[in-house]
Design a protein around this ligand. Structure first.
Ligand code: PNS
Length: 192
């Protein structure tokens, strides 16, 4: 049978569109949603763990980035902070890393485009807003996503934990057990 003029071209256009769609879907399905969760983690608290656990429901993989400034003092060294984070987390969709450079550069170097941050009280908002805006100004391809902290962890911060522990207060239940042990080694046993 003689083919009608124009039929072949419609058929091959459909084939090409089908191929393009399949290859787009293949790439999309293969592309992992990776988020970077940066912080000082000096030390990691249960509030951080809550954000990581909930973040993992939204992202295929998370990189917990211990960001450090060599000119700033900290209670735990970068290596200790990374070890504590690693020990307190399980699962192969979480990676722990460190960096002293620009956050957005780190995020792009990992092929990611999301920074995840937790928001506690209103007082966090101004600082977080400024940071999200400067990061956006530095790289428009990187978005900051916020998760509201769980209400149990509303007042939990690494700084308050360190202060309470250094004055003999108990921080049991606010930090992972291993962190509590390390704090007690440094500051002595707390009053329960
Ligand atoms: O747990 P923190 O201390 O609130 O975390 C703050 C942190 C580490 C996320 C922030 O200081 C940071 O992003 N540092 C990396 C340097 C950087 O890129 N700063 C923002 C643009 S100037």
């Amino acid at each position: 049978m003689k083919e009608m003029p124009g039929r072949r071209s419609v058929f091959s256009l459909r084939m090409a569109a089908d191929y393009r769609w399949k290859s787009f879907m293949h790439r999309t399905v293969q592309m992992k949603k990776v988020a970077v969760y940066p912080g000082s983690f000096d030390p990691i608290t249960n509030g951080h763990i809550d954000i990581i656990t909930r973040g993992l429901r939204m992202f295929d993989e998370m990189i917990i980035l211990v960001a450090y400034n060599p000119n700033k003092s900290s209670l735990f060294t970068v290596e200790e902070r990374m070890e504590l984070v690693r020990t307190c987390l399980t699962g192969n969709n979480v990676r722990v890393d460190c960096s002293s450079g620009l956050l957005v550069d780190y995020v792009r170097s990992k092929g990611a485009n999301v920074i995840l941050r937790g928001l506690r009280a209103v007082s966090d908002f101004e600082y977080e807003f400024q940071m999200a805006l400067i990061n956006r100004r530095l790289n428009r391809d990187v978005e900051t996503v916020f998760l509201m902290t769980g209400y149990q962890w509303f007042y939990t911060s690494s700084n308050l934990i360190k202060e309470a522990a250094s004055l003999g207060g108990s921080v049991k239940g606010l930090v992972p057990d291993l962190v509590n042990e390390r704090l007690q080694q440094l500051f002595g046993k707390a009053k329960e």
